[in-house]
Design a protein around this ligand. Structure first.
Ligand SMILES: [Ca+2]
Length: 320
């Protein structure tokens, strides 16, 4: 294996964010060079606190945390916070003690820009929340899309219903203006939507296996997973949980476990379908000039080897 891929995880922890962060720390294919925080599952201040806490649990306080935006790209302060999914603390209502460490002085956007400049083409951002910080990084440095290696995005509902409402997936809903800006920025983008992540389910039996293991991360996750299981039972009538964030992290660790298609993605920024992601496969030549014409293409995940992804996640969390 060559050099591990340098990754920055932009995150709103979040129960499945916690799982993705631990998975990354357990994966020799990637080197986590920083966490940047964003609102989504919780407000940004709490996301920062949770990111610091998770790194302390992991014994990886060497990894810096840069706090991200508290408002949307358009300075909106009325945020959608999914605390009913992850618990009011974002981590399964466990009332963990506050972290000892602090975030660095630099903003998330400045941190992203600095690392893209230090290692041009070599840094992958794994964006697990609304895309505000990534959009701000592009505003800060218009060359950011060309300097960053890849941006792997958990977001979108491609040709399926959303999970906030029938049109829209939660991370895109969090900041549709930022999402449209990032998707059309010309960066090397890979989007993993809920059309894919809804195929990757951690079952009750898997949770039992985690609980029976001696793995440090497995033990921790079993404590926080109850709230997430309850939410999935109420919302989807399933005895399992969707592994949104870990599956997206796997796209950085082992991209061959997913398949992809290429096209232009635009995001609806107003109306009842605000946050809708519309993919254009570029095959049809439309008679009129459309809002998708002359925009850069991105990759969108189409299929996933779900059993292999769950096995890999389980193996790495159990052997921790
Ligand atoms: Ca997340």
């Amino acid at each position: 294996m060559g050099e591990p891929k340098k990754i920055i995880i932009d995150t709103d922890p979040g129960i499945d964010d916690a799982m993705a962060i631990f998975l990354a720390l357990q994966s020799p294919e990637v080197e986590v060079i920083g966490l940047t925080t964003i609102y989504g599952n919780v407000y940004t201040t709490l996301a920062t606190r949770n990111a610091l806490h998770l790194l302390e649990v992991a014994g990886r306080t060497d990894i810096p945390v840069a706090e991200g935006s508290h408002v949307t790209l358009m300075k909106g302060t009325k945020l959608r916070i999914a605390d009913f999914v992850h618990g009011t603390d974002g981590l399964g209502n466990q009332n963990f003690p506050p972290p000892k460490g602090k975030s660095i002085e630099e903003s998330a956007a400045a941190f992203l820009v600095r690392h893209a400049n230090s290692y041009p083409g070599k840094v992958t951002v794994v964006a697990l929340g609304p895309l505000t910080n990534i959009a701000l990084a592009i505003q800060l440095d218009p060359k950011f899309p060309k300097k960053i290696g890849q941006i792997i995005i958990l977001g979108g509902a491609f040709a399926v219903n959303g999970n906030v409402n029938p049109s829209t997936e939660a991370n895109i809903f969090g900041d549709p203006d930022a999402a449209d800006f990032v998707f059309t920025s010309g960066a090397d983008i890979l989007a993993v939507g809920i059309n894919v992540t809804h195929q990757v389910v951690l079952t009750d039996a898997d949770r039992y296996k985690l609980a029976q293991s001696k793995g440090k991360f497995a033990q921790y996750l079993c404590k926080i997973l109850d709230v997430y299981f309850s939410y999935h039972h109420d919302a989807y009538n399933i005895k399992g949980v969707y592994l949104h964030d870990p599956t997206t992290l796997i796209a950085a660790v082992n991209p061959s476990l997913l398949t992809y298609t290429t096209g232009v993605v635009r995001v609806q920024t107003s109306g009842i379908t605000r946050g809708l992601t519309i993919f254009y496969n570029t095959k049809k030549r439309f008679a009129e000039v459309t809002e998708w014409c002359d925009k850069p293409t991105v990759k969108v995940a189409v299929t996933v080897d779900a059993p292999a992804v769950v096995d890999l996640i389980m193996e790495r969390l159990i052997n921790s």
